[in-house]
Design a protein around this ligand. Structure first.
Ligand SMILES: Nc1ncnc2c1ncn2[C@@H]1O[C@H](COP(=O)(O)OP(=O)(O)OP(=O)(O)O)[C@@H](O)[C@H]1O
Ligand SMILES: [Mg+2]
Length: 253
């Protein structure tokens, strides 16, 4: 039996009553990497943000549908979103470290928020998370440095470390390597592939080679709709839908 870590059911997203994501259903198996691909504006970010109720803050957005994590619907009225959100880490396209905080404080922010003060635990988490994000060697001698003084690529890896420090079970990544150089990108890809032993990962990428390299499953979206979702190899070599075929051959997008 396949075990689904996360099920998104009939997700529709509208901004000011204009629909951006149309009735998407997707099931994500535990310990897999899924890539979301599709042309700019097709709704990838809008969909991804539903998976941890990131739209809650924006009152112009309406989300319909269900997001079930470990058999609990994240959108039930009596659900405390904080409990489930803790299971879901997120990394954004633009690095967003807490600018006034040090590297150390960025990584430990989530744990401290959860009341953990033990220095040994915090130190261990900083080292472990920064190693997983391939940033440790570059910053270990100066963890007190303000995050804002890191390069863009380093800031992004810091954000990945920050997301990992709370031990999420699901990691959402929105074009995490679009601001990184090829070497950092490669490191991040290795990280992702290693992390799937412990996590379920959903990543938006415009880089089809990246999708092929790192993901077990790929979903192709177009104009707010899910056109095709299946094993990465099949989607890229023998897609079912002619629109998918056109897109993966680079005819549009
Ligand atoms: N905060 C917002 N308010 C109003 N409309 C929005 C908002 N965010 C996104 N949209 C609209 O929703 C649609 C989908 O946008 P979304 O950002 O989800 O696309 P995307 O696939 O992530 O694109 P990209 O590849 O460029 O990041 C677009 O038409 C966009 O203009
Ligand atoms: Mg986007």
């Amino acid at each position: 039996m396949d075990k689904y870590k996360l099920i998104a059911e009939n997700i529709t997203v509208s901004y000011n009553n204009i629909i951006s994501v149309k009735n998407i259903t997707m099931k994500f198996k535990a310990n897999t990497v899924t890539s979301l691909i599709g042309p700019s504006g097709c709704g990838k970010t809008s969909f991804l943000r539903c998976l941890n109720r990131m739209h809650d803050m924006n009152k112009n957005v309406k989300v319909m549908g269900k997001v079930v994590i470990d058999n609990t619907d994240l959108y039930l009225d009596n659900m405390n979103p904080i409990y489930h959100r803790r299971k879901v880490g997120m990394v954004f396209q633009k690095p967003n470290p807490f600018p006034t905080m040090s590297i150390y404080d960025n990584v430990t922010a989530g744990l401290r928020l959860n009341g953990i003060k033990n220095k040994k635990i915090l130190d261990g988490s900083v080292e472990n998370s920064l190693k997983l994000a391939y940033l440790w060697d570059e910053v270990k001698s100066d963890l007190k440095k303000p995050a804002i003084e890191l390069s863009g690529g380093q800031q992004q890896r810091l954000c990945i470390a920050r997301a990992l420090a709370i031990n999420p079970e699901i990691l959402l990544m929105d074009e995490p390597s679009s601001a990184l150089d090829p070497i950092s990108t490669q490191k991040i890809e290795e990280t992702i592939m290693n992390l799937k032993n412990e996590l379920t990962i959903i990543i938006v990428t415009h880089n089809m080679q990246q999708a092929i390299r790192i993901s077990d499953y790929t979903a192709f979206m177009y104009l707010g709709k899910l056109i095709e979702f299946g094993e990465t190899k099949k989607l890229f070599t023998a897609p079912t839908d002619p629109l998918t075929a056109k897109y993966v051959k680079g005819f549009f997008g």
